[in-house]
Ligand binder design. Sequence first.
Ligand SMILES: N[C@@H](CCC(=O)N[C@@H](CS)C(=O)NCC(=O)O)C(=O)O
Length: 217
Amino acid sequence: MNVSVPKLFYSPQACSLAPHIALEEAGQAFEPCLVSLAAGAQRANEYLAINPKGRVPTLIDDGFVVTECPAVLLYIARRYPDAKLWPDDPREEARCAEWLAWCSSGLHEAFAHMRRPERYAHSAHAKQEVSEQGRASTRQVWEQVERKLAASPFEWAAGEHYSVADASLFTFWIWGRADKLKYDMPTDFPCWTQHALQMGKRAAVRRALKREGIELP
Ligand SMILES: N[C@@H](CCC(=O)N[C@@H](CS)C(=O)NCC(=O)O)C(=O)O
């Protein structure tokens, strides 16, 4: 019998890390498919035929294709309900959705202005300005995340329970530590770092980090 398993198209240290973690948390078979952004593989015709946006992540489950981190994470959580990755409680659910939206439209977009100014401006001068402003906005939004976590009495992003919001938040902690931003995460973002350390204790997180060649927090 030919049993197809979900395929996750990911690139190391990209935002696809969050669904990668979620699939590991689900504990069911999946096929990780590397799309090296460093090598420009997202622009290859073969990949564009799967995801015309030319971005990761893409998840394919038995012919069903889903893109965009919040949607991919929601799908994984609903597809594997036993893993309890999506909150039942309405307030935790709203908080989880809030984090996913903010990570995608706030954190990721601020970072994209810094890293990909050519998306937003044309002349060299304008691109430089967008990039510089993007760097400043990224720092501001990272500080907002830290304040939001500091004000929360809960261990996990959505509340008492672990959820896909934690995987998403963790991905941006990894970006904060990485070369492009090089923030001193433990000193400048202690609550977020505490969260990252908790994440690093989870076997599923460790498996995903290992596959992507990322150091533990
Ligand atoms: N809004 C999308 C953003 C996806 C995205 O921009 N992914 C980046 C990696 S973090 C990418 O594939 N970039 C490739 C490129 O810009 O060429 C989502 O939430 O999934």
